[in-house]
Design a protein around this ligand. Structure first.
Ligand SMILES: Nc1nc2c(c(=O)[nH]1)N[C@H]1C(S)=C(S)[C@@H](COP(=O)(O)O)O[C@H]1N2
Ligand SMILES: [Mo]
Length: 236
């Protein structure tokens, strides 16, 4: 058992603090905690031979090996801030992988032609986020396997993760298993909590409620959510 004193210290360290230069409603957090909409959901058991599955709106499947992804001549590293909808921001994270749109045009589009409007990105843990394709294929979205020049671990999305810096963190799906294109807007796995676009600059935190209104209800849950998410990982 941890002493009450240590728990309080740990929670205190996870409290988002005012900082300059952040988007509306965001605060700074030291470090980069494991986080989730449901912090009790354990990380997935990822098969050793995991592949990336891509599905067209007509149901055509393609699988792409991670080896092939890594061998792409589009591989690069980029640094961005990570903005969770609950108002914490982790600054200056460097991600290594491929820019999704450029890679998709070169590798996937020839096999799956057409211009779908929507997509769902699925994780091995059952987590899903939905996208308008304009957002998913924006220039700053990457499919990554390294964070700060180390291979992704179970905490931050092994083996493959989406990073969409202009959208709230719930769109940056960890443990990516599949990208599925859809001709109609998919039903959200997260319900009203998921804004279809979730653009940080427009404070699109929630599908129905104004962003400003949910800042505080979300913020007070940050320390406990991060603490529980870390513990779930330690126990897995
Ligand atoms: N597969 C998966 N991806 C996920 C989540 C999740 O629970 N499972 N949580 C999302 C949420 S709400 C946030 S804020 C970020 C947290 O990323 P981190 O754990 O690397 O800090 O991952 C997002 N992607
Ligand atoms: Mo989040």
């Amino acid at each position: 058992m941890m002493s009450a004193h240590r728990v309080v210290r740990e929670l205190h360290a996870l409290w988002p603090r005012r900082a300059s230069g952040l988007p509306p409603g965001q605060r700074g957090l030291d470090g980069f905690p494991r986080f989730a909409d449901d912090p009790r959901r354990p990380p997935p058991v990822v098969p050793a031979a995991a592949m990336l599955r891509v599905r067209s709106a007509d149901g055509d499947h393609h699988v792409i090996s991670h080896g092939e992804l890594r061998a792409s001549d589009l591989v690069e590293s980029r640094t961005s801030d990570f903005h969770c909808v609950t108002t914490w921001t982790a600054r200056g994270k460097t991600w290594t992988g491929v820019p999704l749109a450029a890679w998709w045009r070169a590798r996937v589009e020839p096999a799956l032609p057409g211009t779908p409007m929507f997509a769902v990105v699925c994780g091995f843990d059952g987590y899903q986020a939905m996208f308008e394709c304009d957002d998913l294929f924006a220039d700053d979205v990457m499919l990554v396997w390294e964070l700060d020049h180390h291979p992704l671990d179970l905490r931050h999305g092994l083996p493959l993760r989406l990073i969409s810096p202009s959208q709230y963190g719930y769109k940056s799906v960890k443990h990516v298993e599949a990208i599925e294109l859809c001709s109609q807007q998919p039903v959200s796995h997260l319900g009203a909590k998921e804004h279809p676009r979730a653009r940080v600059a427009a404070e699109e935190r929630h599908r129905r409620l104004p962003g400003r209104l949910v800042r505080w209800p979300y913020r007070i849950l940050v320390p406990i959510t991060a603490m529980v998410a870390e513990r779930t990982l330690a126990r897995s």
